[in-house]
Design a protein around this ligand. Structure first.
Ligand code: AMP
Ligand code: ZN
Length: 452
């Protein structure tokens, strides 16, 4: 039985899908720059959620969106569109920027062995549907027009503050000084933005007789409506999404379709780096490519992420990443030993029971507890296969069990040694070393292990 923390109820609940197929939506990246390692944590945890669901026998349909329009630098309704900003920075068109950073994101995504979403939805492919949704919200009496766009009147939705437990009175009072514009309530937000004459906004669509573009939150409400149908089973994102983005998605869904958006909501916490917030000014916006330059594989980073709980605040250091790298290498070498001996019994270790790992995972995605069980037990080859399926760490893929070329080299070296052709045996040893495999000759034959 899988139990997860539901942000909507602030409780750990047993997960029960509405239908046979679990429908999941993950808020995806804004594709205007390279993703930093903090951004990638969410996709790692939600991939793990999908794997855990599958391991429990559920079928899953998962949608991930790509925000290529409408996300302003402030997360609210002011400031430049992040995509337009990226285009200016690089002297390219907004569409070129989106294409380029989508490709970069997907490269990282795949390097982390994350399962492909069933639908990868680009916000700009749903503009017609966005407009239909705004029309519905307006027909249902939830919007008003200002010089700046079509705004959502949050006072019309009685449950607006519930999800994030917002203190609307406090917000209103706090904002009194600067809150003077045409907005009726401080929490009102743009569902559609107008482009003012002379304003440089390349992505534009005609609506209400003027050029404009969708507000940020709308794409998620629309894509969910089109691709999954509400209420979906699980909606995921970072904790920063709770007070604005997810609150507004819920409000839009209610206004347009009169329905709840999702039954369960899951949010992962932020990581810091060397105790600091991730920010450009601190120069710590490391990408996976930056980690690779320092000799770490994306899967070492994934190992680091999963060794902590998705709801914990975590501090990243290169030392702790080194620890995760060593742990992954240790696991791969335990598999290598298993492969060579057909078993890898450690007399002090307890016999592995995959059900215990699954029970830890089923307790609100307890990956750290699951890792501890794996560290303390003796696993056989079939056990490791399941572990790899559950965490997606590519522990097995490099095993000579699968890699014929490496296996041939190891076998050939064995034969050459038996012939006492030491020069050839040394040459083969060097070749294997280049593939990250060290061979040691013992009285009972050679054994090998991974060195990287
Ligand atoms: P963006 O692509 O800029 O919209 O960022 C995507 C998401 O990455 C944010 O909304 C957060 O949920 C997540 N994120 C940003 N910084 C961090 C961090 N330091 N740790 C974990 N997640 C983060
Ligand atoms: Zn979203």
């Amino acid at each position: 039985m899988l139990k997860i923390y539901n942000t909507a109820s602030r409780k750990i609940e047993e997960f029960k899908p509405l239908n046979d197929i679990v429908r999941i939506y993950t808020c995806g990246p804004t594709v205007y720059n390279y993703a930093h390692i903090g951004n990638m944590t969410a996709y790692i945890y939600w991939d793990f959620l999908v794997r855990a669901l599958k391991m429990n026998g559920f079928k899953v349909k998962r949608v991930l969106n790509l925000t290529d329009v409408g996300h302003l630098v402030s997360d609210a309704d002011e400031g430049e569109d992040k995509l337009e900003k990226g285009a200016k920075r690089e002297g390219k068109s907004v569409y070129e920027i989106a294409d380029y950073y989508i490709e970069a994101f997907m490269k990282d995504y795949r390097a982390l062995e994350l399962l492909e979403p069933d639908v990868l939805a680009r916000a700009t492919d749903y503009i017609k549907e966005d407009i239909e949704a705004v029309d519905k919200m307006t027909a249902n009496g939830f919007t008003y027009e200002t010089a700046d766009g079509v705004y959502y009147d949050t006072s019309k939705f009685a449950g607006y503050a519930d999800f994030a437990k917002l203190d609307l009175k406090g917000l209103q009072a706090g904002a009194r000084i600067e809150f003077s514009g045409e907005k009726r309530n401080v929490s009102d937000f743009a569902v559609w933005k107008f482009i003012k004459p002379g304003e440089n906004h390349e992505m534009r669509w005609d609506y209400l007789g003027r050029p404009g573009y969708p507000g940020w939150h709308l794409e998620c409400a629309t894509i969910i409506h089109e691709e999954l149908g509400e209420p979906i089973d699980i909606h995921t994102g970072g904790i920063d999404h709770i007070p604005i983005h997810h609150t507004n998605e819920i409000a839009e869904c209610y206004a347009a379709y009169g329905k709840a958006l999702s039954r369960y909501w899951m949010h992962c916490d932020f990581i810091t780096i060397d105790g600091e917030k991730i920010s450009k000014s601190l120069g710590n916006t490391y990408s996976l490519a930056d980690l690779a330059e320092r000799g770490f594989s994306p899967l070492d980073y994934k190992m680091w992420v999963l060794s902590g709980h998705y709801q914990g605040t975590r501090n990243f250091t290169f030392e702790s990443l080194e620890g995760a790298r060593a742990r992954r290498l240790n696991w791969r070498n335990r598999i290598a030993e298993c492969y060579q001996k057909n078993e890898a019994r450690n007399n002090n270790a307890k016999k592995f029971n995959f059900d215990e790992v699954l029970a830890a995972v089923n307790n609100n995605l307890g990956s750290p507890e699951a890792f501890a069980i794996i560290n303390e037990s003796t696993l056989m080859m079939d056990d490791w296969k399941k572990v790899d399926e559950l965490f997606g760490l590519r522990l097995m893929a490099d095993s000579p069990d699968i890699d014929d070329e490496v296996r041939k080299l190891i076998n050939e070296r064995q034969k050459v040694r038996e012939r006492k052709d030491y020069a050839e045996s040394d040459r083969l040893r060097d070749l294997l070393a280049k593939k990250g495999i060290a061979v040691k000759d013992t009285a009972s034959g050679s054994v090998w292990h991974y060195v990287e």
